[in-house]
Ligand binder design. Structure first.
Ligand code: FAD
Length: 375
C-alpha cells in the first residue's frame, strides 16, 4: 500500500503564481511546502527596502487590470494606492507625455485641438504610405511610419526600440508593432485598464500575506535535491523555466534581459515622476525609474530626504542571467511546443507562471491563471 506523502503540494517558486496557488491550496486544507532558490519570496515583484523606499529590484512593476475578479482578489489581501502610470519621454532635452496624446502633440507640433492634430498626423501618415507605393511595410520602421508618421516615429519610437532590441528598426520585423494607439484627449494615463495601483506597503506585503502560515524554504533550488523533493509531495507545482525541468533535452529557450544600475541619491526628488523614458539613441539606457514615486505622492515625496533611481539597460541574454522576456521567434516557439507536449504527459506536475509557460504575462494574468489552476 502506498504511504501518504508528507505534503499534498510541493510548490517550486514563490513568485505570484506559486504564492496564489499556495494560498488557495492552504485554504482548501492542503498541506503545502513552497521553495525558492532566491533568498526572498515574491519572485520578480520583490522589493528591497532602502531608507523607507520600496525598490523594485527586478524592474518596475505597476499593477493594472480590467479583470474584476483578479482586482477583488488582490484587494481582499491588501489595499492598493492611487498610483497612475503616466510616463514622460525625454528626447534631446525636450519632454513629451506618454502615451501619445494631446499633451504629447502639443509639445511636438503646438496643436491645441483634436482636429488640427489629426490633420498633421494624417498628412505625415500619407507621406509614409505614399513612400510605400502600395507595398505592405517590410520592417518595423516602415510599419511605425505608416501607423503614426515620421515625427512620432523619429522622436518617440526609433531610438527607444533600437535600444530595446539592440538592432536598427529597419532590420526588425514589422509584426513587432501591430498597433500604436493615439489619443485625441489630454489623458496621460498610460493604461486603459479599469483598475491600477501599487499595494499599500509594497508588493512584499501582498506576497507575505498570501504565504502566511505556509511552510516556506528559501535558498532552496529544486534541482539541487530533485530526487528527494519529488518524493515528499503528492503533486508538484513547478513555476521555473520549463526547459530546465526537462534538463534542456531539446536545447535552451532564449530570452532578452534587462540590467539595472541602481543609485541612491541624496536629493529628495530627482525626476519628479516614477518613469522617464529616454528615447534618444545616444543615451545608452532606456528608462530611469525613481522608485519612491510609486508610493509617495505630493508633499509625501519630501518625507524621505533621499531617493533611489534605477537606470535600465536592455541586454542580450545568456544562461545565468535573469530570463525576462521570452523571444517569440520560430526557433523558440518550436522548442517550447516540444517541452509543452512533454509537460502535458505529466499528470503529477502542474506547470504554471511565466517561466513554465514561456510567455510574457502581466501580473494580473499570472494571478488569474493561478486562481483557475485545478487544486
Ligand atoms: P516569477 O516572479 O519569476 O517567479 C518564479 C519564481 O520561481 C522565482 O522566484 C524563481 O526564483 C523561482 N524558481 C525558478 N526556478 C527555481 C528552482 N529551480 N528552484 C526553486 N525556485 C525556482 N507585470 C505587470 O502586470 N506590470 C508591470 O509593470 C510589470 N513589469 C515587469 C517588468 C519586468 C522587467 C518584467 C520582466 C516583468 C514585468 N511584469 C509586469 C510581469 C511580472 O513580473 C510577472 O507577471 C510575474 O512576476 C510572474 O510571476 P511568476 O510567479 O510567474 O514568475
Amino acid at each position: 500500500m502506498n504511504q501518504k506523502k508528507k505534503y499534498d503540494y510541493l510548490i517550486v517558486g514563490a513568485g505570484l503564481f506559486g504564492a496564489v496557488f499556495a494560498y488557495r491550496a492552504n485554504k482548501a486544507g492542503k498541506k503545502c511546502l513552497i521553495i525558492d532558490k532566491r533568498s526572498h519570496i515574491g519572485g520578480n515583484v520583490y522589493c528591497e527596502n532602502i531608507n523607507g523606499i520600496n525598490v523594485h529590484k527586478y524592474g518596475a512593476h505597476i499593477f493594472h487590470t480590467s479583470n474584476k475578479i483578479v482586482w477583488d482578489f488582490v484587494n481582499s489581501i491588501v489595499d492598493f494606492n492611487r498610483y497612475t502610470n503616466s510616463p514622460i519621454a525625454i528626447y534631446k532635452d525636450q519632454l513629451y507625455n506618454l502615451p501619445f496624446n494631446m499633451n504629447t502633440f502639443y509639445a511636438m507640433w503646438h496643436t491645441k485641438t483634436p482636429e488640427s492634430t489629426l490633420a498633421v498626423l494624417e498628412s505625415q501618415r500619407k507621406d509614409a504610405l505614399d513612400a510605400l507605393e502600395g507595398r505592405t511595410p517590410d520592417n518595423l520602421e516602415e510599419q511605425a511610419m505608416a501607423l503614426v508618421g515620421k515625427d512620432i516615429y523619429e522622436i518617440l519610437i526609433k531610438g527607444y526600440t533600437e535600444k530595446q532590441w539592440g538592432r536598427p528598426c529597419n532590420e526588425l520585423p514589422a509584426f513587432i508593432i501591430k498597433r500604436l494607439p493615439v489619443r485625441f484627449t489630454f489623458d496621460n494615463n498610460y493604461f486603459s485598464d479599469k483598475y491600477q495601483g501599487i499595494p499599500v506597503g509594497g508588493y512584499n506585503v501582498l506576497v507575505e500575506r498570501l504565504l502566511s502560515g505556509i511552510e516556506t524554504k528559501l535558498n532552496c533550488n529544486f534541482f539541487d535535491n530533485r530526487l528527494e523533493l519529488e518524493q515528499i509531495a503528492e503533486k508538484i507545482v513547478y513555476t521555473g523555466p520549463i526547459d530546465e525541468y526537462f534538463n534542456f533535452a531539446f536545447g535552451r529557450l532564449e530570452y532578452r534581459t534587462v540590467s539595472f544600475e541602481m543609485e541612491e541619491l541624496s536629493c529628495p526628488n530627482y525626476q519628479g515622476n516614477a518613469v522617464v523614458n529616454y528615447t534618444d539613441i545616444e543615451i545608452p539606457y532606456t528608462r530611469i525609474i525613481e522608485h519612491k514615486h510609486f508610493e509617495m505622492f505630493g508633499d509625501d515625496v519630501y518625507s524621505v530626504k533621499s531617493t533611489v533611481i534605477s537606470k535600465e539597460f536592455s541586454t542580450e541574454w545568456s544562461p545565468g542571467m535573469e530570463p525576462y522576456y521570452p523571444i517569440n521567434d520560430e526557433r523558440n516557439t518550436r522548442l517550447f511546443a516540444k517541452y509543452k507536449s512533454m509537460a502535458s504527459d505529466n499528470d503529477n506536475v502542474i506547470f504554471g507562471g511565466r517561466l513554465a509557460d514561456y510567455r510574457y504575462y502581466d501580473m494580473d494574468v499570472v494571478i488569474w491563471n493561478a486562481l483557475n489552476a485545478k487544486i
